[in-house]
Design a protein around this ligand. Structure first.
Ligand SMILES: Cc1cc2nc3c(=O)[nH]c(=O)nc-3n(C[C@H](O)[C@H](O)[C@H](O)COP(=O)(O)OP(=O)(O)OC[C@H]3O[C@@H](n4cnc5c(N)ncnc54)[C@H](O)[C@@H]3O)c2cc1C
Length: 289
């Protein structure tokens, strides 16, 4: 199916984008990689009157290591993360997740920030960002807002973003001392969305105790969720198999999976349990390695 008619602009500065969004934000959509927006327009799930193509904006295609954060610009593609040395050295959760996003075509075009802004409950990046404690940086003509990822997603395909705002970057804190993490994903076939995805993140102090823990789940609730009770059970404790098993049980309890073509609710809940325990074990190995 063809999408309904729409206007198209391709500004070359962020200020121009913000001016267009200030004027027509309610009827406009930002176009980044187009890997979610265009299919949704073709299916007529969404019909913006105006597309604001941001692919010509300079300076938003880098992953910068600055001020204790990885700053992932709005035009960083999934495959930029796959190829990034700084990510592979400094954030195991992001490095593990990137190759799992769909197939090479989608990875070449789709953006990390677009995925976060889209807030598809089956999207992988939102869980990674929730587990890592990232912030979303949004700009409008009124200024810049830094929105904690935990406050950003408010429901399926729904976020705290205003129609006048452009996501300019996602800021991912670097490990405070020794840290590690991973992303585990079960999919029916290569390139599919997650049946279940689990993102994990751990920071350890000098004595080996857990100072910070992140666990977030994909595809097992109306939107990506943090397993907060499981995270809290880990903080301040010394890592052990028994502790990870307890956290895995709490994460499985936080999931709200449904029976569908990808599997039964019971099966998915058990995958959350197994992946959380396995993910925490891998995170610990990275942190100690
Ligand atoms: C066949 C296929 C398989 C896929 N499989 C997976 C998968 O396994 N895992 C996964 O996570 N994703 C998957 N995706 C989705 C893919 O990751 C998309 O790239 C991503 O969801 C959206 O990023 P985008 O840059 O393409 O955004 P777009 O499609 O351009 O935009 C998506 C939405 O975000 C908004 N937006 C984008 N950028 C900004 C910004 N900077 N500021 C404000 N709003 C913005 C747009 O207005 C739109 O509403 C798949 C897509 C396809 C087509």
């Amino acid at each position: 199916m063809y999408p309904p008619r729409f206007d198209y602009v391709a500004p070359t500065t962020v200020d121009e984008v913000l001016a267009v969004l200030a004027e027509r934000g309610d009827e406009a959509k930002v176009l980044a990689g187009g890997q979610s927006l265009i299919p949704m327009m073709k299916l007529r799930f969404t019909f913006p009157e105006l597309l604001v193509d941001v692919n010509g904006l300079p300076g938003l295609d880098a992953i910068d290591d600055a001020d204790g954060h990885l700053r992932v610009g709005a035009l960083v593609r999934h495959n930029d993360v796959v190829a990034s040395d700084v990510v592979s050295r400094t954030n195991h959760t992001m490095a593990a997740a990137a190759p799992w996003i769909s197939d090479p075509l989608v990875r070449n075009l789709g953006t990390v920030c677009g995925s976060v802004a889209h807030a598809d409950p089956l999207g992988d990046w939102a869980s990674v960002m929730l587990a890592c404690g990232a912030d979303v940086v949004a700009r409008s003509q009124a200024g810049e807002r830094v929105i904690p990822m935990a406050d950003f997603i408010s429901g399926p395909f729904t976020t705290a973003l205003e129609p006048t705002e452009l996501v300019t970057e996602v800021r991912v804190p670097k490990y405070a001392g020794r840290g590690g993490g991973t992303y585990l994903k079960l999919e029916r076939k290569v390139g599919d969305y997650a049946t279940v995805g689990v993102a994990t993140h751990l920071d350890l102090d000098g004595g080996g105790a857990i100072t910070n823990a992140g666990i977030a789940l994909t595809s097992v609730a109306p939107n990506n969720i943090k397993a907060v009770e499981a995270e809290q059970a880990l903080v301040g404790e010394s890592p052990s198999d028994a502790l990870f098993a307890e956290a895995a049980e709490l994460a499985a309890g936080a999931a709200e999976p449904k029976d569908d073509v990808r599997g039964s609710a019971e099966y998915k809940r058990n995958v959350v349990r197994v992946f959380t325990r396995r993910g925490l074990t891998t995170a610990l190995e990275h942190a100690q390695g």
